[in-house]
Design a protein. Structure first.
Length: 373
């Protein structure tokens, strides 16, 4: 087993590197990328050693459940997916530990009880997501002969209503007040606030996409200032920034670069923390900081739902307001990176309005002749 030493001198177990593994077969991963990969592996190893109900930790065993779990997490398509799967797996294993169940020996009945407990306090979409995550884990273990069966495979999963969304969105008037409040923020981070929230509301990006964006993701294409984000599954998609939004972003980056310095020389995350107290700043913004910022600006804008807004509320607002403004469903679907148009339709709040029903157009189109008197 390979060990690395942390800043406080403690040793942290990492997954061993053996001949024939992806690490040995990928010499192109060098320098900073390799260091980042090793740090991520060390973090994942620490995470899996803290998982309950799995018995003694044996990371040195190349096909032990802890090492396989770490590899399963590492192979997720994005850091956000890794975090979500780790959280869902921890929830399931904690449930097993509380009932003295061996997760490698549970049956479908145990998973059905877990599903029932979840359904009593969580939305159908949450239940479905958690079951999907732990089913993926069991599939990985069984494919490596570390488990006899996938007890989730035959469990009936709830079907969330894809035509509706419970997320709170901003109205047209609220969105205008929200952007105005962000641009007028009296705090020193005003330029960052204005650029960040304008991008989130007008581009419909996921919070993970904006958190993970780097300055090198900015570019130009056909006269547009662009921001290329990494979508689910690792797909890269360039987004055009509206001129006012691009100007707000350039003002923020110019201010961040300092007097007389061109912002093109900046490197690192697109949006970073500022120095505060013992913190030096310059670190990547996280979703919790962005959530607090959204709610603070919403309160300033006198939006009644301010304390219930989330980063996804801005993505939802982008979709609903774009559709209300007459944008084609397919264009909104592409902009949001949805694979299925039914997902986008869930944001179309006005699709059941009576004046949009096709009956009136159809009767005009058919032009039924008057019957003879």
């Amino acid at each position: 087993m390979v060990s690395t030493q942390t800043a406080d001198g403690a040793e942290a177990a990492t997954m061993p590197t053996t001949a024939g593994t992806a690490t040995a077969a990928a010499p192109a991963v060098t320098g900073g990328a390799l260091e980042a990969l090793e740090r991520r592996r060390a973090d994942l190893a620490r995470d899996v050693t803290a998982l309950p109900a799995l018995g003694p930790v044996q990371l040195a065993d190349p096909y032990g459940v802890h090492r396989l779990t770490a590899i399963w997490l590492e192979s997720r398509p994005s850091p956000a997916t890794t975090t979500a799967y780790r959280t869902d797996l921890t929830h399931w294993l904690t449930w097993c530990a509380d009932r003295a169940l061996d997760p490698l020996a549970v049956r479908r009945a145990d998973v059905d009880l877990y599903k029932t407990d979840l359904a009593a306090r969580a939305a159908a979409s949450t239940v479905a997501r958690k079951l999907s995550a732990i089913s993926s884990w069991y599939r990985y273990l069984t494919s490596n002969e570390a488990c006899d069966r996938n007890p989730v495979a035959a469990v009936d999963r709830p079907r969330p209503d894809r035509d509706t969304s419970a997320t709170i969105a901003l109205s047209r008037d609220e969105a205008g007040r929200f952007l105005a409040a962000a641009a007028a923020d009296p705090r020193p981070v005003r330029l960052r606030t204005a650029a960040l929230l304008a991008i989130m509301l007008t581009e419909g990006v996921r919070v993970s996409e904006i958190c993970n964006a780097d300055i090198t993701d900015l570019g130009h294409n056909r006269g547009w200032r662009t921001l290329t984000v990494t979508r689910k599954g690792g797909k890269r998609q360039p987004l055009p920034l509206a001129p006012p939004v691009a100007d707000a972003l350039d003002r923020y980056l110019t201010d961040r670069a300092g007097s007389g310095q061109p912002h093109e020389h900046l490197r690192g995350p697109l949006f970073v923390t500022t120095a505060s107290g013992p913190h030096l700043g310059g670190r990547r913004l996280d979703r919790w900081a962005i959530t607090k910022l959204i709610r603070r600006i919403a309160r300033t804008a006198a939006i009644p739902s301010a304390d219930r807004l989330t980063p996804h509320s801005l993505r939802h607002s982008f979709a609903t307001l774009s559709l209300d403004a007459g944008a084609a469903l397919r264009d909104v679907q592409d902009a949001m990176g949805h694979a299925d148009p039914r997902t986008t339709r869930g944001y179309d709040r006005a699709r059941y309005a009576l004046d949009r029903h096709p009956a009136t157009r159809l009767i005009s189109f058919v032009a039924v002749p008057n019957s003879a008197s």
